[in-house]
Design a protein around this ligand. Structure first.
Ligand SMILES: Cc1cc2nc3c(=O)[nH]c(=O)nc-3n(C[C@H](O)[C@H](O)[C@H](O)COP(=O)(O)O)c2cc1C
Length: 224
């Protein structure tokens, strides 16, 4: 796939077909994605790919935690939710779009919980990639490198006819993930990517997330 087309076409997929994705295809995706740049070529990423029974157990564990009211406890605090301002507005705009497509009433707690739980079930993807960092590395700088490989994974997957959703939700209960997936204690869980064949009949997959017009976010310096 042509690069500009791939960048424009990539989007978060929030429901997948049950069809499995082969180990070979995920391996190819990761091999391509690993061409990402990293500071000093440190390549600080490592991947744990989950599927089958391991994934089912993790999903069940996540839902049990939610039902028991246990708050998430991610190992890397990637995101504090903005309470106001433009960042909050963008987040709310996305939620409005998704809820409208899904027929979710914002005041209906049951519907909202069901929607939230979908993320903790990796949006029914047949597999997910968990990205981790060695704890001996500083926590912040290598996160830039993880971001680069993360985007590459999504683009390479698209080239191979797969859809993805980058997800904090997938690593927000690290004790559950670690119980079932073999992740050394020396590694810090950073983020997950659900991967599979998109279910295009699912309304939320039709969402077109907005972007700020470029002129609102560029400062030109030294140009005529
Ligand atoms: C670091 C990161 C974490 C994310 N975590 C989640 C998540 O937990 N659940 C979710 O539904 N989407 C998650 N997303 C997807 C974003 O909501 C999505 O990228 C954004 O709304 C733009 O939409 P697009 O990916 O369709 O272009 C995450 C994206 C990033 C980059």
């Amino acid at each position: 796939m042509e690069i500009i087309e791939a960048i424009k076409k990539r989007k978060s997929i929030r429901k997948f077909k049950p069809d499995p994705v082969s180990k070979e295809v995920i391996r190819e995706t990761l091999e391509i994605a690993g061409r990402a740049p990293s500071a000093l070529n440190t390549q600080p990423w490592e991947f744990t790919v989950i599927s089958g029974d391991v994934m089912e157990n993790i999903k069940k564990g996540h839902i049990q935690k939610i039902k028991s009211g246990i708050p998430p406890n991610p190992e890397l605090k990637l995101m504090e939710w903005p309470r106001d301002g433009i960042y909050r507005n963008r987040q709310v705009n996305l939620a409005i779009q998704l809820f409208k497509l899904m027929g979710i009433d914002r005041k209906n707690k049951k519907q909202r919980t069901e929607w939230m739980e979908r993320g903790f079930r990796y949006f029914d993807a047949p597999a997910a990639i968990l990205l981790s960092l060695d704890r001996s590395l500083p926590e912040t700088a290598p996160v830039l490198d993880i971001g680069a490989v993360m985007q590459n994974i999504c683009l390479a997957a698209l080239h191979l006819n797969l859809g993805t959703c980058i997800e904090n939700q997938g690593v927000m209960y690290p004790d559950v993930v670690r119980k079932w997936a073999d992740i050394p204690k020396s590694r810090l869980l950073v983020v997950s990517i659900a991967i599979g064949f998109p279910d295009w009949d699912f309304p939320a997959n039709r969402v077109d997330s907005e972007r700020e017009p470029i002129d609102n976010i560029v400062n030109w310096c030294g140009f005529a």
